[in-house]
Design a protein around this ligand. Structure first.
Ligand SMILES: *Cc1c(COP(=O)(O)O)cnc(C)c1O
Length: 375
């Protein structure tokens, strides 16, 4: 797969519009995939690349996870793009078909389909080609979003297992609380009861279960956020899980201001200096994907030194405390998230999760892709 094909999110030619830039590390992605292999040795690994690879770019994800056994996503247009651009391996559509055309596409492009409700089951029963489809039959283990309950699950299994069109049938579920201690126990019990005696492979684990629930690894695992270097847990950081951030969001100072005691900065004057202080204005705002709800005190690094944001995040700018950085001046580099400031810390400060920040990286931010490990 050539870089040129994947140009919709790669860096434009210089001059760049603004100093902000995201860097996506394929080396970090490969490292995180190797962590999945360590956690779930011998299991088939579906690297989850929905939402354009959790905001890292679909093509970048396909390159970074080239050694995965398959890719899993929800968007049929993106699946078509992966096929066009050379991904020949297995693809799993995690929400299955949205309409009968999707089943046609699945047959043409060899897409495995989740079946989570009766309408999808009927579409598949209409397929005449023999051994044409791999199907993942979804059990509702307590999330109560998608999937069949016990009796309907077993009935759907019987119907699918008898279809000549179905090549391989896998039993799957998705945990609501695998990130909490004991949070998947009840779901595991329900799944085991529903799947009892059914001779089919199993797929249960998201990142949290891949990391801490070996008893849920089944035949294939479906890690997402951990592959991008984010933690699925509220109380365990990504570094301690052996993960490396795949995305760095960096920019530069546009200006430095000196505030007198009592001066405020930014819209709404939500930050006021208690004593004279220097602040920096960073070329990054909510239109770049930085969370507007990040409060005063959200971590950020200036010239590699951790400090905090001050004032309300605006569309194109946010402000930082420069008291610990007497040498900072316009042009000084800023890391919004990455190696020095974990994305999960920024997310936590802003009342969300790393997943959302990754996915929200805005199209206007140029993305540079680095392949090798940093020296
Ligand atoms: C998104 C998704 C995953 C991956 O979840 P993470 O928490 O990012 O690991 C796994 N399975 C299904 C069905 C999903 O939709």
């Amino acid at each position: 797969m050539s870089d040129g094909v994947y140009s919709w999110r790669t860096a434009p030619p210089r001059p760049m519009p603004r100093p902000i830039q995201a860097t996506v590390s394929l080396a970090a992605m490969r490292h995180n995939l190797s962590r999945v292999r360590q956690c779930a040795p011998g299991r088939f690994v579906w690297a989850v690349v929905k939402a354009d690879g959790y905001g890292h770019g679909l093509a970048n994800a396909a390159r970074g996870f080239a050694a995965a056994d398959g890719l899993a996503l929800v968007e049929f247009d993106r699946a078509a793009r992966l096929r066009r651009e050379g991904w020949d391996g297995p693809l799993l559509m995690l929400e299955g078909a949205f309409d009968p055309d999707d089943v046609e596409q699945a047959l043409r492009e060899r897409l495995a389909l989740v079946v989570h409700e009766a309408r999808q089951l009927r579409w598949i029963e209409a397929v005449r080609a023999p051994a044409a489809l791999d199907v993942f039959l979804k059990f509702n283990s307590g999330m109560n979003r998608l999937g069949f309950m016990h009796d309907a699950f077993r009935e759907a299994y019987a119907r699918l297992a008898g279809l000549p069109a179905v090549r391989r049938l896998t039993l799957m579920t998705h945990f609501a609380n695998a990130d909490l201690p004991g949070g998947a126990d009840e779901a595991m019990r329900r799944f085991a009861a529903a799947a009892e005696g059914l001779a089919a492979p199993r797929s249960l684990s998201n990142s949290a279960a891949t990391l801490v629930l070996p008893q849920a690894h089944g035949d294939s695992v479906r890690p997402g956020v951990m592959l991008y270097g984010g933690t699925p847990f509220a109380a365990r950081d990504a570094h301690s899980l052996g993960l490396r951030p795949a995305m760095t969001l960096a920019s530069r100072l546009l200006a430095v201001q000196t505030l007198a005691a009592g001066d405020a900065v930014g819209y709404g004057s939500i930050f006021r200096a208690e004593q004279p202080m220097r602040i920096g204005v960073v070329a990054c705002g909510y239109a770049d994907g930085y969370p507007r709800h990040a409060p005063n005190g959200t971590p950020v690094a200036v010239d590699g030194v951790r400090t905090v944001t001050v004032g309300r995040v605006a569309m194109d700018m946010l402000m930082v405390d420069l008291d610990a950085l007497p040498h900072a001046r316009p042009g000084t580099p800023v890391e919004l998230w990455g190696e020095t400031v974990p994305i999960d810390e920024v997310a936590q400060a802003a009342g969300t999760i790393g997943y959302e920040l990754m996915c929200a990286l805005a199209p206007r931010v140029p993305v540079r892709v680095v392949d090798a490990d940093p020296a």
